[in-house]
Ligand binder design. Structure first.
Ligand code: XMP
Length: 513
């Protein structure tokens, strides 16, 4: 296993993984651990530097989180970010107090010194703030490197020890030069900065082998990028120990099953295809409630998988389930203090691991979507598959408002493939994060060839996003939307109206259910 050059100690910030991501971008391998990692373990990893993340607590609270103060004696560079900075200041004899006015959002960083931590950072640059506390008094021997309107000690450094602090979040995409500041810190640590996705691949293969040893693994693929990358990665690491299973639940898009089958055939990875269309459609009969649909689909998945796993177990017990969980999936469902609010019950193969006592193998849980695509490219997955938009596990069922029936699925499939094809033809597909049609089950009056129609409405949805956690309506040209609307109405019998959804997330969600 590679040893991390920088350790990130996590105090529970929502953006801790972004710190690791930004460091990966500048060629530094990092590992994230809870803030209370023992000094002994830290020493054994021989890091070249430590970053203390932000977090929701206040250092002066009785419930405050404290890292082991022994890290301050390790003589390696330490960078505290937000709460991490406040913890450094508090631990070294400075004072942190509740700020008179909290600071959330953009602020202007005024770079006061030509310090190596802020090398090549403009005199004034935009940074992202998110704090209620602030430093009031610096500890002895600290100097101010930069200030902002509400944070006089916005960037600080010890005068002769390698201890640094930033009140803002350099890992946020909103901090214009944040990546450069983290790269500067990596330089101060003496990092080699030569890590890349090929190294990640090699590490993951080793780590999967070490975790799984001789056990057998079940891997569910949906046809999407994430699960396909996991399946290929596991197959590369474990060969015939992996059983890759694809369930056709009848809620797929036009041609999707064939595409998946062809891709795995090309990659020479055996694929078990289970045709469970009748079971899923039967269970969904008469169901209109979105959460109920999701639960039914989730349970049916578990059932189908359980049966297949039992069958496959005859050749040797299956002990692991490999899943394509990405970092944004983790952050939407977990926090340091407990689970965050459930907006929609996201469906992977949830429930199966506990029920069957399967251990979870989630090799992508630290990555963001674009990193998964880069990894997929290294694994030899076709570009067309890697560029595919995300597709939800419950498939078209959550894009049909109301009851899911074979005729409604057919209408939606036809309209959707016209929209997606047009995006490809006009070079717009890769401009959007996700695009799809929704069948509204809303009927309206129209006129076609002098005849009155009373038919279905399709909503086109296209969003721009960086990770799906927030999104905006994609500004597709009106003429393009009109061409798509005409094509759908002319080619799909039963649809006489097309609308474009312009809702952002939040307050909307990307999917309609
Ligand atoms: P929402 O609708 O919550 O979707 O804004 C955010 C992203 O997640 C996808 N999505 C899912 N993916 N299982 C999945 O694997 C699900 O149950 C699920 N529900 C939503 C959605 O397509 C978007 O990319």
């Amino acid at each position: 296993m590679a040893t991390p050059e920088i350790l990130v100690l996590d105090f529970g910030s929502q953006t801790t993984q972004l710190i690791a991501r930004r460091l990966r971008e500048c060629g530094v391998y990092t590992e994230i651990y809870p803030y209370h990692l023992s000094l002994e373990t830290i020493r054994s990893k021989q890091p070249k530097g430590i970053i203390l993340s932000g977090g929701p607590a206040s250092v002066y609270d009785s419930q405050a989180y404290h890292a082991n103060p022994g890290i301050l004696e390790l003589k390696i560079p330490i960078l505290g970010i937000c709460y991490g900075l406040q913890w450094l200041v508090h631990s070294l004899g400075g004072r942190v107090a509740r700020a008179r006015s909290q600071e959330f959002g953009r602020a202007h960083l005024e770079n006061l010194q030509n310090h190596p931590l802020l090398a090549e950072i403009e005199p004034s640059s935009v940074v992202w703030m998110s704090h209620g506390d602030r430093v009031e008094v610096l500890p002895p021997d600290f100097q101010t490197l930069a200030q902002s309107a509400h944070a006089p000690f916005c960037a600080i450094a010890h005068t002769h020890k390698p201890l640094y602090g930033l009140q803002f979040h350099p890992e946020s995409a909103h901090s214009a030069q944040g990546g450069r500041i983290l790269a500067n810190f990596a330089r101060l640590c003496g990092c080699t900065q030569d890590w890349n996705m090929q190294d990640f691949l090699a590490q993951q293969i080793q780590s999967i082998k070490a975790q799984v040893r001789g056990d057998r693994v079940l891997c569910a693929v949906s046809g999407g990028v994430d699960s396909s990358v996991v399946a290929v990665l596991c197959a590369r690491a474990l060969g015939a120990q992996v059983e890759v299973v694809f369930v056709d639940h009848g809620l797929l898009r036009a041609g999707e099953r064939d595409q998946v089958v062809d891709m795995f055939a090309d990659l020479q990875i055996p694929l078990h295809v289970i045709d469970a269309q009748d079971l899923f459609l039967q269970r969904l009969k008469g169901v209109v409630d979105p959460e109920k649909k999701r639960q039914i689909i989730g349970h049916a998945f578990i059932e189908v998988f359980e049966n297949k796993a039992k069958e496959l177990s005859k050749q040797g017990a299956i002990k692991w389930l490999a899943q394509g969980t990405l970092y944004p999936d983790v952050i939407e469902s977990v926090s340091l203090k407990g689970p965050s609010a459930v907006i929609k019950s996201h469906h992977n193969v949830g429930g199966l691991p506990e029920k069957m006592r399967l251990k979870l193998l989630e090799p992508l849980r630290e990555l963001f979507k674009d990193e998964v695509r880069a990894l997929g490219a290294r694994l030899g997955l076709p570009e067309k598959m890697l560029a595919r938009h995300p597709f939800p596990g419950p498939g078209l069922a959550i894009r049909i408002l109301g009851e899911v029936t074979p005729p409604s699925l057919e209408l939606l499939r036809q309209a959707d493939s016209i929209f997606i094809e047009a995006l490809h033809t006009e070079g717009l597909y890769s401009e959007v994060w996700q695009a799809f049609c929704v069948l509204l089950n809303v009927f309206s009056v129209g006129v076609m060839g002098d005849k009155r129609t009373y038919d279905n409405t399709i909503a086109l949805r296209a969003v721009v996003a960086s990770d799906g956690m927030s999104a905006h309506c994609a500004p597709l040209p009106l003429e393009f939307l009109e061409r798509v609307a005409n094509a759908i109405i002319n080619q799909v019998s039963g649809i006489n109206r097309v609308v474009y959804d312009i809702t952002s997330k939040p307050p909307g969600t990307i999917e309609w259910e």
